[in-house]
Design a protein around this ligand. Sequence first.
Ligand code: UGY
Ligand code: MN
Length: 248
Amino acid sequence: MAQSGLVWSRAVVKRNYAILPPEGMATSVLPEWRDTVSRVLAAPAMGAKFAQYVLEIAEKGGTTQALRADLQMFLYVLDGHAELELDGKAHRLGPGGFAYGRPGATFTLRATSPLSVLWLKKAYVPFGAETPRNVVGDETKMPGETYMGIQGLVLKTLLPAELSFDMAMNIFTFPPGYSLPMIETHVMEHGLYFLQGQGLYYLGDTWSEVKAGDFIWMGPYVPQSFFATSTTPSRYIYYKDVHRDVEL
Ligand code: UGY
Ligand code: MN
């Protein structure tokens, strides 16, 4: 690569939030993944209580692994096609396909074309005797629901709203010029991947420009909001910890 002298970046890493644009995301090797270039988006080293990755998997590459008994996972296909075997059940995933693996699940993912996926792992916080079940779906077939009565602002909730689940994975679609109706402050964390479009994200006390391919980590209580500025709809997928009391 040619030398460019002084460089500049939109990356921001603060105590309780971060914005990571794709061009600065260094690659890692994850030993359990074959023919895969991984980028670690969120990790405890940053302050997050979960791990999130974007994985570029060559055709025929992938993984076979058993999650640790206390770890759950979520996969979302950004691009390409794959075969998934989750606890012995076979599925095919295309763009917008997703899979949630229960704590301790065994899975094989095999790319049947060049494949790009988001992957998230989180320690499961139990409540009661019931544990969550595996979920496989396709968000392109889910209509979503109007958010807070704002016609046109659509939220898709990919995981069941059941107490056995301690996490949510949601997709927001904002038409051009739409925004979140408030500056939120909440105890829950987010790991947000920008799928499409661009806009201004409010984090802490600053509006920053964000666009497709960016990752945002929001720690507990970081003030947050979004305003969509592109001429096409803006979409992002985000993780949220839910359904559990504060740990004391
Ligand atoms: O569910 C949420 O907390 C969501 N409204 N937050 C966000 O999009 N930053
Ligand atoms: Mn929020």
